[in-house]
Design a protein around this ligand. Sequence first.
Ligand code: ASP
Ligand code: MG
Length: 402
Amino acid sequence: MLIVKKFGGSSVADKERIFNVASRCVEEYQKGNDVIVVLSAMGDTTDELLEKANDINPNASKRELDMLLTTGEQVSVSLMAMAINSLGIPAISLNAFQVEMHSTSRYGNARFKRIDSERIQHEIDSRKIVIVTGFQGVNKYEDYTTLGRGGSDTSAVAIAAALHADACEIYTDVEGIYTADPRIVPNAKKMKEISYDEMLELASLGAKVLHNRCVEMAKKYGVQLIVRSSLNRAEGTIVREGSRMEKLLVSGVATDKNTARISVIGIEDKPGVAFRIFNVLAKNHINVDIILQSVGRDGTKDISFTVAEDDIQDALKVLEENKDTLTIREIKHREDVAKLSIVGAGMMSNPGVAAQMFEALFTAGVNINMISTSEIRITVLIDERDMDRAMVAVHDGFGLGD
Ligand code: ASP
Ligand code: MG
């Protein structure tokens, strides 16, 4: 079997953990399997490198930032090869150049275009453990690029897809995917398996275990993902195409406080106004999430929508600058809001799920500010101070706990 194992920064944070990972990889290798290891930078290296850059030049070019950030992964892969070698097993580290991991040219947020399998295959054929840098690619200018924060998961899946690996194991500091955040909901349960679509909804909703694009890619190429702990042997969660006979009504609850609400008040109630508002936001790369429009009255209406909290200043600025042309009378915003979502493939074919969720929130005395739904997800916007309580209430309301 060919197995790709990806370890995050906390799993390789120091010498002891590096050797812990090394011995797990050796164990797999000694079973007769072929092993590719994909690593993140050690501990908080990426953050530290960003701080260093910011200290030298807060306006550093994205190209130079990527040149800097990609060193983090290079440190961890070379140290890992040395650790595995010291255990008497042949290993080699490779970076994105050596593998030829071609990406789009966009620094800081590149996407893979093509991954050459030849070099890795060659090293595997000579029975080496191959250790590859996560998070990085090479663009058409032969510059390093990075994939965006948390991108090493995507590197692992891309390599698993390119080499037709039998499994892609994502090792992390939690034991798998839970029905809710176990730090807040003590009786949250680890899921045995979850479908790609459910995981996609959860990943984009702030269940930060897996990078969103990694799940998208795993789905596209049919790569089976296993999320498990690097610190113990507990069985993890399998992410694959839904195979359960009966889909679960609700499989998990997720929250996200990195969200803010903007309301534009008193805009003209005529065609094209919403288009112009969201167009100006889109042109400024501001992603809009839940949108709610009031019923028009006296020729005007209001629109409320949410953006990531990181984007709020930019969003307010472009709206303010275009206030007159967008016919906005007043702009209001709130940052102390949070999203709470339930996800479940079974809600597609079962009525009443929303009512059940709203009942749990009502019983807990939580007020709902906005609502949005997809086929397999219901999201409400609530006050941030209600978030933890609401998560417990909804989790209990659907009987998800142990
Ligand atoms: N080292 C990168 C980061 O901190 C990539 C990763 O860990 O996945 O975002
Ligand atoms: Mg991660």
